[in-house]
Ligand binder design. Sequence first.
Ligand code: AMP
Length: 405
Amino acid sequence: MKVLVINAGSSSVKYQLIQTDDESVVAKGGIERIGIPGSNLSQTVGGKKYEIAKYLPDHNAAFELMLDCLTSPDFGGAVKDISEIEAIGHRVLHTGTDFHGSVEVDAEVERLLRENIHLGPLHMPANIAGIDACIKALPGVPNVAVFDTAFHTTMPDKASMYAIPYEDYEKFKIKKYGFHGTSHKYVSGCAIDYLSSKGLPWGKIVTCHLGNGSSITAVKDGKSVDTSMGMTPLEGVPMGTRSGDIDASVVEMLCSWKDMTPSEVVTYLNKQCGFLGVSGVSSDSRNVLEEAEKGNYRARLAMDMFTYRVKKYIGSYAAAMGGLDCIVMTGGIGENSGPLRKGILDGLEFLGVKLDEKVNAEVRQPKGIFEIQTSDSRVRILVIPTNEELVIARETRDVVNAMKR
Ligand code: AMP
């Protein structure tokens, strides 16, 4: 089945056409600056890159151009006819409390998605615009919503609830939802297959998705039982520009001392903090690490705060699960940064974690699963490249096949 995977943002769309039979990527592309002068599309088919600049006033225009480019021989001719696309899988941010897994979008599902816009005001409108544009451009082709929070709906209440009055949880659904669910699901699934094929224990895994946004998840017996991001992606470890965990009283203090509104403080905590705010150098860990290595104190502090807090999450999740069989590293930092992986894993020997420093330093841009622990480490440490688009394609295929039955 050829599945078109869509990740729609407010002014950009990323897409992949995946053949689920052999899980190959037929075409892959991105559209940028929708509704902004300078809109453009780039697409790769068979290793060749094609580009076009054309003003795209809205998502409908963007999807029309994308479909033209997928069929055009001048753009690699990914499909001969648009009817070859059998289903569309959409990355949707938030399940709210209405969904627990992927669903085909019908009028009722779309109504519930709209009801949940307040839970992700930056992403949900764009996700819905992407679905609407596909319904228009490809009538009759099923659209499936694959949620970024769905993997975490298995968290027990004791992990997902905030200690606020219960009535407010019931009324406003204020709780930890967690994010990067498709990534945590994908890499934990790969780790479980890998470990079980070797006869190794796999029931207690901590997955670390570390990139510009970062989250850590405790995966017990294949299910998410706790995760570091919260009601929004702001909670957890420090990230490129997000503060991560912070005393909520600071919000009121910042409002008063910097004469900010609460919403300005939330933007500040999301966009001006983390690696960028602490180091004053960059939100990109590579730049910050480079400065830290030259002796820049604030850059070193930003990196130390990150590795220290990721380490603490790993320790607390080992406690939550009553042990640890495996740590998985993924995302731009997890897959590529030997020094940051080392900073996180050093000092966890008491849990049976022993890093092979030489192997760790060498693993970058892995094409498959890499083990980076020493031969006497009780805990396996795996570097696994994430593949959220593949999870979306697989889930879309499964939902569509289930509907046919
Ligand atoms: P992501 O959001 O998953 O794309 O990850 C972005 C983060 O990964 C940035 O902080 C980058 O510095 C980091 N990163 C990406 N590629 C590399 C690399 N080759 N070496 C070290 N860090 C990298």
